[in-house]
Design a protein around this ligand. Structure first.
Ligand code: G3P
Ligand code: MG
Length: 246
């Protein structure tokens, strides 16, 4: 099974982590997407890669200072193109509704970079509640670079499939200890520098392997030939249907 994950939605054609970018998956028969989540001051969970508004909206400053009602005033699309002027930062509840409506599956990556441990706990509890709203048949994977968040989420929701994210320089000899400690079924290593030997080691331990972020077709072919299960790409529209799992 080879899975193509639309990274932050179809982020080469629409503003990342927006409902438009995720809905575009349906145009290309991509059933899985990846998105990043974080929490606001009033416990609203939203889609955002960054902990500030600066790069992907018409505002600046920390995301965490916002409340739900502020989202209606923030443009998260015109930085990308005029076509997406007025696009909003979506809430996790809106995302879950869209997954149900379009029968999409999600890798939800927990960010929460700049918030307190208490806010992190509320984020995990809110994510757990939101996942209860998914219709039967919808699939998800929860991932993070932070093993403590994953272990805590696994305690809250033992049935949740969980993935440890690794940057190339953090893939040290203790990677397997981290996997076992979190209870993760998936390993999500960085593409750059990843070797066939590493992929074979992950597979020999029984893990599913999804690699980020792979935009070149030749590299995707190489990874799949090594036994990788899936890739995250900004260009899912460029991958022929033979790679798709549906
Ligand atoms: O989840 C894969 C990938 O999204 C991890 O890196 O920085 O794009 O969230 P980043
Ligand atoms: Mg991500």
């Amino acid at each position: 099974m080879r899975t193509i994950f639309a990274h932050r939605g179809v982020s080469s054609l629409a503003p990342e982590n927006t409902l438009s970018a995720i809905k575009l998956c349906t145009d290309y028969q991509v059933r899985w997407f990846e998105c990043d989540i974080d929490i606001l001051q009033d416990d609203t969970i939203v889609l955002s890669h960054d902990s500030t508004l600066d790069r992907c909206t018409n505002r600046s400053g920390p995301l965490f200072e916002l409340n739900r009602q502020d989202l209606d005033q923030i443009d998260a699309g015109s930085w990308f193109s005029d076509e997406y002027c007025g696009e909003r930062i979506p809430t996790l509840d809106q995302l879950i509704a869209q997954m149900n409506q379009y029968q999409l599956n999600a890798n939800i990556e927990i960010k929460s970079g700049d918030v307190s441990a208490e806010a992190c706990r509320r984020l995990l509890a809110g994510l757990d509640r939101a996942l209860n709203q998914l219709n039967d048949g919808r699939e998800y994977i929860i991932s993070s670079f932070n093993p403590m968040l994953l272990a805590e989420f696994k305690r809250l929701r033992p049935q949740a499939p969980v993935a440890c994210l690794f940057e190339n320089h953090t893939l040290n000899d203790d990677w397997h200890v981290i996997m076992e400690w979190t209870g993760a079924e998936y390993i999500h290593p960085q593409n750059e520098g990843l070797t066939q030997q590493q992929v074979q080691l992950f597979k020999s331990k029984g893990y599913q392997v999804n690699v980020w972020t792979v935009n070149a077709k030749d590299r995707a072919n190489q990874l799949f030939n090594w036994g990788v299960d899936g890739i995250f790409t900004d260009f899912p529209q460029n991958f022929s249907s033979k790679y798709r799992e549906d």
